[in-house]
Ligand binder design. Structure first.
Ligand SMILES: [Zn+2]
Length: 210
């Protein structure tokens, strides 16, 4: 009843072109087909590594609205994007985990965007989400750093949460944006050190080579 009223007052529209669509969060077919273009990522040691699409409009705008303005109303439109996941992350996975935010940022934001983005898909697939990676120290913001500086910045900055066991596990590592892979590599190395059997990486969007 409420959602019918909401649709009447604020008709759902495509996040990319503003055309009316039948359901909230839906994309028109044309825009969805143009936006979803899985990108294979280069991460040495990963079992497989993918981003669902390029970090471009309108996806980039939605991610920024979520991260910097806490605008959760973009989540249904991002969730529509998740239909490409099975092409990228084939599994099976014992559990999924997200790259942790810096504690200060997590506290200020109140949520980890990667968790919010992938939660509907994880729930549908019955894949548990476990927070097994922690930050060991503060890192500099990555924006504007070269690949080498990013790797230096992340070196040893991630480790397993105390008492977390990942031995023999097939892990799906989730993040929102992939740029040089420095963060993903640091997380992967922590998981491998803990004895994970395989680590697959899945990011929402790739900003590599931009
Ligand atoms: Zn559209």
């Amino acid at each position: 009843m409420f959602s019918a009223l909401l649709d009447f007052l604020f008709p759902p529209h495509c996040p990319a072109c503003d055309a009316y669509v039948p359901s909230r969060g839906g994309w028109c077919e044309r825009c969805l087909a143009a936006a979803i273009a899985p990108v294979r990522l280069q991460v040495s040691g990963a079992f497989e590594a993918w981003a669902l699409g390029a970090y471009e409009e309108p996806l980039s705008r939605m991610v920024k609205e979520l991260k910097y303005h806490g605008k959760r109303s973009v989540l249904p439109a991002i969730a529509t994007f998740l239909w490409a996941v099975p092409v990228c992350a084939k599994g099976p996975f014992d559990f999924a985990t997200c790259v942790p935010l810096a504690p200060k940022r997590q506290k200020a934001r109140g949520f980890n965007q990667a968790e919010e983005i992938f939660r509907p898909w994880l729930k549908e697939q019955g894949i548990p989400l476990r927070q097994v990676i922690r930050r060991t120290r503060e890192t500099r913001p990555m924006y504007g750093l070269t690949k080498k500086e990013r790797q230096e910045n992340m070196k040893g900055a991630l480790a397993l949460v105390e008492g977390a066991s990942v031995k023999g596990a097939r892990v799906l590592l989730l993040d929102d944006i992939f740029t040089t892979g420095a963060t993903a590599e640091a997380a992967l190395s922590a998981l491998k050190k803990g004895g994970a059997a395989s680590v697959s990486i899945l990011c929402l969007a790739s900003n590599a080579g931009r």
